[in-house]
Ligand binder design. Structure first.
Ligand code: TA6
Length: 299
């Protein structure tokens, strides 16, 4: 039995949900309800598509992303765990940790009474992760597709001692033109400007606009963030729970040109608004304890 047949047999005949061979023949879960459509790859438990009915896609996916079951997917919602960006003490390790490059397992798939679909994916430590990070853990990604997209990353510490970790739902939102959008919900928050020597600053803009490379880690940002897109005449709302940090990122033309997996000029069509806990917001998790960080994305 192929992996795809095995997964299809596991979920059975679930009406709005099916398993398909995605790009690079990688298994993906396809959800199509009367409220929205969504796609999730098992590689990295990676949501690559979300589109409410009567809307254009809300999530951006690069047309040149690699789908080889090893490299991270470019676009969608990469999962960042257990460190954010390059690891401070070991910069040679994979940036953003290993959750986004792991093969995840399908735990369950349910159509709920309100016709939303809940998919749960899991992974845990193995020899590879223990070489990179010496802790045992289990992760669950809970995705609910309704007219909104709800994503929860659950981290359980299965070891005998506490550990500290960083995390992010590194969400690539689809926009018509990065130069025309504005982002609100960040005014007054302290941030680390990663394009300016990691200087600590305070967000003075009531509405953040974009005119060049932007890479900001907001450290006092638990409230919802809204992306206003006047060209598409829509606002994307990113609500957060148990997340004190928000990252806003666009590579702009020069950085994007160095990225082999970002399609030509596609940097103009995306903005990352990441629900996160990083740096001073990193999570300290006691032995046996569980932490859940969630985002709800609606347009
Ligand atoms: O979250 C923003 C960021 O850390 C940027 O610094 C940027 O490089 C980006 O993530 C993408 O990282 P990646 O490892 O996916 O190329």
């Amino acid at each position: 039995m192929s992996k795809i047949e095995e997964l299809q047999a596991k979920i059975g005949n679930k009406g709005p949900v099916r398993i398909e061979a995605g790009l690079g023949s990688q298994p993906k879960i396809v959800v199509a309800t009367d409220q929205a459509s969504a796609e999730i790859y098992l590689h990295g438990a990676h949501v690559t598509h979300f589109q409410p009915r009567d809307e254009t896609p809300v999530i951006f996916l690069s047309s040149t992303s690699v789908f080889d079951g090893h490299k991270p997917i470019r676009g969608g919602i990469p999962l960042v765990f257990p460190w954010f960006g390059p690891r401070a003490d070991m910069p040679a390790l994979p940036p953003h940790g290993f959750a986004r490059t792991r093969p995840w397992d399908l735990e369950s798939c349910d159509v709920r009474p309100d016709r939303s679909v809940q998919i749960v994916l899991t992974t845990a430590q193995d020899e590879t992760t223990l070489r990179l990070w010496p802790h045992t853990f289990s992760l669950r990604l809970i995705v609910i597709v309704s007219d909104a997209l709800d994503v929860t990353l659950e981290v359980k510490n299965t070891s005998q001692t506490s550990f500290r970790f960083e995390e992010a739902l590194h969400t690539y939102l689809a926009v018509a033109d990065i130069r025309k959008i504005t982002v609100d919900g960040l005014h007054g928050s302290d941030y680390i400007d990663r394009t300016d020597g990691e200087k600590r600053k305070k967000e003075e803009a009531k509405e953040l606009g974009f005119a060049g490379e932007t890479d900001r880690l907001y450290l006092t940002s638990a409230a919802k963030v809204t992306v206003h897109d006047p060209v598409l005449r829509r606002s994307i709302i990113v609500e957060k729970r148990h997340s004190d940090a928000t990252v806003v990122w666009n590579p702009w033309n020069q950085k994007a040109a160095q990225m082999a997996d970002m399609g030509p000029d596609e940097w103009q069509k995306m903005v990352c608004v990441e629900t996160a806990n990083a740096r001073t917001c990193a999570v300290e998790l006691a032995a046996g304890a569980t932490h859940r960080m969630s985002t709800r994305i609606l347009a």
